[in-house]
Design a protein around this ligand. Structure first.
Ligand SMILES: [Zn+2]
Length: 433
């Protein structure tokens, strides 16, 4: 394996292991940025930002923005922006989740985003997220992270003998048929075997101190390099930690003397980018404006700076699936290990214009970076991502890019081992040239 491939794969695998839910991904991003000398800011405070400085801010625990200021920052050549999402399709634990019946203890969960449900069956599952605990200051509850790697639950399939039609396809009921089992339990047994008592033990607090939580059921499958010739990386959460890690590596390794590089890691993309941590919020435009104001730029200069920006919307693409070749466009078939994808759609589900695409292609050709193009089949709707939403609020040149994967939104996805290095090399160049 080439050195650059191995290096970027190592960083990605670290992120895949640690970023088990949006708050844990943000915590890992903050760790990497702090280690690279980025200083943490808060939106609520006045910023004393300087030329040559590197900064980041977390937004409500599950979104994060980071930016670098060039030593000779000019307002006409200012912002280059990369955006990705921290969330992924999965199962979330509901409030008061304990259900005891038929001698089993189950958890009440809901489906978050476009999950391939049956991929969560018959595998050990853990739990990850954050818990709010009582504090002395009512306006500031204590927030604790939870990342339990111990197998805690399982969602067993129904035996084929009880459904002979199973291989013709099964529609799983989202409320009743995918509840994870956490143990056996007779109804007479005391209730301290429930989720809250587990969390209290994990966090070393009293059960009654726990006020609320956001907990994600997580696949404990570890990232594995797979194949006769080590061609694949098989892992949960490739959508979208590949993009998150490539942006983090790009902004920490790249740098422009005259410009400001920005990365925005938003939550809630899988449910429509809504809410204060989502790509449809005013967070990114407000950060750009605040940066301009810190340097005393007049309102007209601020607009010139923002409108001369370029945005990369970074999210995974569909590689051609050899077992389902008819699901791919007739002339554009991105393959794993063929480089990252530029995603185009005339419906603007991927916002792309030919000038912006040309910029991406020129950078790749100059730097020897592999890329390929992705479009949906004309008779299929395909997906969408952050780019279209962010570009409504920030009407600047935008391109959708990302590594091609197979089995998008399965609990375990597959990518080519060489594509992460190509994506990272491109983003680093975008942030450097
Ligand atoms: Zn995605």
């Amino acid at each position: 394996m080439e050195e650059k491939t191995e290096q970027q794969l190592g960083k990605l695998m670290g992120m895949l292991k640690r970023g088990t839910s949006a708050p844990l991904t943000v915590a890992e991003a903050a760790r990497q940025l702090s280690e690279a000398g980025f200083e943490e800011l808060e939106f609520q405070n006045t910023w004393g930002i300087k030329h040559g400085g590197k900064y980041f801010l977390k937004h409500h625990g599950t979104a994060l923005l980071a930016f670098t200021i060039g030593k000779n920052l000019q307002f006409r050549d200012s912002f280059r922006i990369g955006a990705a999402h921290t969330d992924y399709p999965c199962l979330r634990v509901k409030p008061s989740p304990d259900l005891v019946s038929e001698g089993y203890h189950r958890l009440n969960i809901e489906v978050y985003g476009g999950v391939i449900l049956n991929t969560w069956l018959d595998r050990p599952l853990g739990v990850s997220g954050r818990v709010a605990v009582k504090s002395h200051d009512v306006m500031h509850p204590k927030i604790c992270m939870v990342d339990c790697q111990k197998p805690l639950m399982v969602i067993p399939n129904l035996a084929i003998h009880q459904n002979r039609e199973v291989n013709k396809g099964v529609e799983l009921n989202r409320q009743t048929e995918i509840l994870p089992l956490i143990g056996t339990h007779s109804e007479e047994e005391p209730s301290e075997r429930g989720l809250l008592s587990f969390l209290a033990r994990e966090l070393d607090v009293k059960e009654e101190e726990i006020l609320d939580y956001e907990l994600w059921v997580t696949s404990l499958q570890q990232p594995e390099i797979t194949g006769f010739w080590d061609d694949f990386l098989v892992s949960p959460r490739l959508d979208n930690l590949t993009s998150v890690q490539a942006l983090l590596s790009g902004i920490t390794e790249g740098g422009r003397d005259r410009g400001c590089n920005v990365i925005a890691l938003f939550d809630h993309e899988e449910v429509g980018s809504r809410g204060k941590q989502g790509g449809a919020s005013m967070l990114l435009p407000n950060v750009l404006e605040k940066i301009c104001e810190c340097f005393g730029w007049a309102p007209m200069q601020k607009q010139e700076a923002i409108y001369s920006s370029m945005l990369l919307s970074v999210d995974v693409a569909h590689g051609v699936h050899p077992n389902y070749q008819g699901k791919t466009d007739l002339t554009n078939h991105p393959v794993l290990n063929g480089g990252f994808c530029i995603k185009e759609s005339s419906t603007q589900s991927y916002v792309t214009d030919c000038e912006a695409v040309a910029i991406v292609e020129q950078i790749c050709q100059k730097e020897g970076i592999s890329y390929q193009k992705y479009v949906n089949r004309s008779d299929m709707k395909g997906g969408s991502t952050l780019g279209a939403i962010v570009s409504n609020l920030l009407p600047v040149s935008t391109v959708d890019i990302g590594v091609p994967i197979l089995a998008m939104h399965s609990s375990t996805e597959t990518m080519g081992v060489r594509d992460q290095a190509e994506l990272t090399a491109f983003i680093t160049s975008f942030f450097s040239l």
